[in-house]
Ligand binder design. Sequence first.
Ligand code: ZN
Ligand code: ZN
Length: 325
Amino acid sequence: MRTNPSAEQRLVKFIFRELYLNNSLIHLERDRGSHDGDRLLIGKLEIPDRDIRYLNTVDHQLHVGWDDVDQLPQVASMIIDADTGPITRAINYGLSRRVFLEQLDQAASEGLGTKCRDSECRYCRAKILSIDEYPWSPQVYCHYCDSLNTTIEVPDLGLLEQEYRICPQCQMYSRPRNFTIAYFWFLIFHADISHETIQCCNDCMRPQAWKMFFGNLIGILGLPLAVTQLVRVYRDSIKRGPFKGLDEANRLLKRGRVEKALDRYWKIIERHPASAGVLYNVALGLIAQGDYHHARETLVLALQNCANYPPAETLMAARFETVDS
Ligand SMILES: [Zn+2]
Ligand SMILES: [Zn+2]
């Protein structure tokens, strides 16, 4: 059975290097790879979509897990010399449809067939199955691209929401982006360069950007990059759209100014009443205030807005056990 309808087949080509198969380096040099709509071709490896069990990317690293013809688990890891987005979207298109059918069977066997909701992510086109009550909640979470999909009309929202998710550093709903942190040191007989890319929200990057600015004052060469990151942090704070003020609200909450933070969050919720992500931050604020009763109610509201939103599910389970308890 072909996983993807022919109309959806698109050839994605890429260059890879440093290919590891089950932790053994099997191909060091740059080479061509592709995804033709049904299978991933990496050098001599041919991996049909139907056999893929796992897919993960970290910056330019791509990790794929699949079952071989003997049903033995295999893992390939490589560096991609470009954005990994088109490759993961191509693989996830077929993978999500296969997983969807498996989940549908599972739900039917558990008597949940009538609660199965069928959605397609508007950002990455993955197929999503969620267990929901009709009328459906206004948001659906896509775990393939880690985005909330709002299915009701929200003024000025457009496709903005795909940029918003939980920040890996502060664990709050925000707009994390990649930032490069680099230091250039030039002493009389010694030069040193250190750099890394981190993903975080503007607020988490702010102290890092200042530290990088002052840290590069001596070396001079690193200053343009430090200034660029500083400008990105301040210029690109969330100033428009339904999430206007989210950075500031998160910053206030982190500094313990919970009342002010909650004020800002409610203003965002007036513009986007269905945002499970913002409600999740509100619940964090209420917990910080010791108001567990309203925190629980807010998490229930977040899950009513998005029945499959993992941060709200996890926080609810950790703090309050279950929605029904
Ligand atoms: Zn998606
Ligand atoms: Zn953050």
